[in-house]
Write a protein that binds this ligand. Structure first.
Ligand SMILES: O=P(O)(O)OC[C@H]1O[C@H](O[C@H]2O[C@H](CO)[C@@H](O)[C@H](O)[C@H]2O)[C@H](O)[C@@H](O)[C@@H]1O
Length: 274
């Protein structure tokens, strides 16, 4: 495998992918593998309901799951969506809506209680967005968040963002920027960094694969864990895209070209770990 493109972070241990996986193999039972969904496992599509994981990705995750401590998908999507789009993948933990929902190894979906009172507000907000945003903007209602998309109408990006930010201010909501999307969320603690920080507390190592700005908090959580424990082996991997510029890649140790390249990368990893 060729050397990987290094970001501007100085990796403490990984030198190339083979060496990083060999280091992981020595502590596989203590290692957690984290994956973002959109843009990482699944290529981007104009229609958020039409996405599918890239070839080879699910088969590799299935092969790796029994070998590592845990595999977790950490996404802005609801858990039910993830379950429906992971092809019956078993033995994997799902963290949806930035951690406001979770399900462990196929178990029931648990929602963060503090977020539940916000369901009616989010439903009303989605209705208002559909009524007030210009034609061409796409409103995705996710029970505990509303995503406002402009991928198929890029000229609307500024107007949609302004509308979303005004609503966030009016209702006291949190905002999360993404790839041609602005997401409005309840003012409840929940982000990918918090999820990862909690899970890696007693792990020996972790890899996080992500493509978007919300994934930078996850990278930071791995770096914080590594800073506190020189024995911890953390690797942050960016899946490149033309929309977030260099921001995500520069926060990562390694960069892959696409979800399809991730499929190949994980398939190669199975040879080290299984
Ligand atoms: O945390 P993630 O799993 O990466 O979810 C982030 C957002 O992903 C989805 O939107 C993005 O992908 C869509 C489908 O490819 C694309 O049409 C859109 O432009 C992207 O922003 C999802 O629809 C959002 O709800 C998530 O926030």
């Amino acid at each position: 495998m060729p050397p990987l493109n290094l970001g501007n972070q100085q990796p403490r241990i990984p030198l190339d992918a083979d060496q990083a996986w060999r280091t992981t193999a020595a502590r596989a039972a203590g290692t957690v593998l984290f994956f973002d969904f959109d843009g990482t496992l699944a290529p981007v599509d104009d229609d958020p309901t039409a996405v599918r994981p890239a070839p080879k990705v699910l088969a590799a995750i299935e092969a790796l799951a029994p070998v590592v401590r845990r595999i977790a998908i950490v996404s802005a999507r609801p858990v039910d969506f993830l379950r429906d789009h992971l092809g019956g993948l078993t033995g994997v933990d799902l963290y949806g809506l930035y951690g406001l929902e979770h399900s462990h190894s196929g178990g029931e979906t648990v929602t963060e209680p503090a977020a539940l009172p916000w369901v009616p507000t989010m439903a009303e907000l989605a209705e208002l967005a559909r009524a007030e945003l210009p034609e061409g903007a796409l409103v995705e209602y996710k029970r505990l968040s509303v995503a406002l998309h402009w991928r198929t109408a890029p000229q609307l990006g500024g107007a949609v963002e302004r509308w979303g930010l005004a609503q966030a201010e009016r209702l006291g909501l949190k905002v999360q920027a993404g790839r041609m999307v602005l997401e409005l969320k309840p003012p409840v603690d929940g982000d990918k960094g918090l999820v990862i920080g909690e899970i890696v507390r007693d792990a020996e190592g972790a890899w996080y694969f992500g493509d978007d700005v919300s994934d930078i908090k996850a990278f930071a959580a791995l770096r914080a864990r590594a800073a506190a424990d020189p024995h911890f082996f953390g690797v942050c991997v960016a899946v490149a895209n033309p929309e977030t510029g260099d921001e995500v890649a520069e926060a990562a140790d390694l960069t892959l070209d696409s979800p399809a390249a991730l499929g190949d990368f994980l398939t190669a990893a199975t040879h080290h770990l299984t």
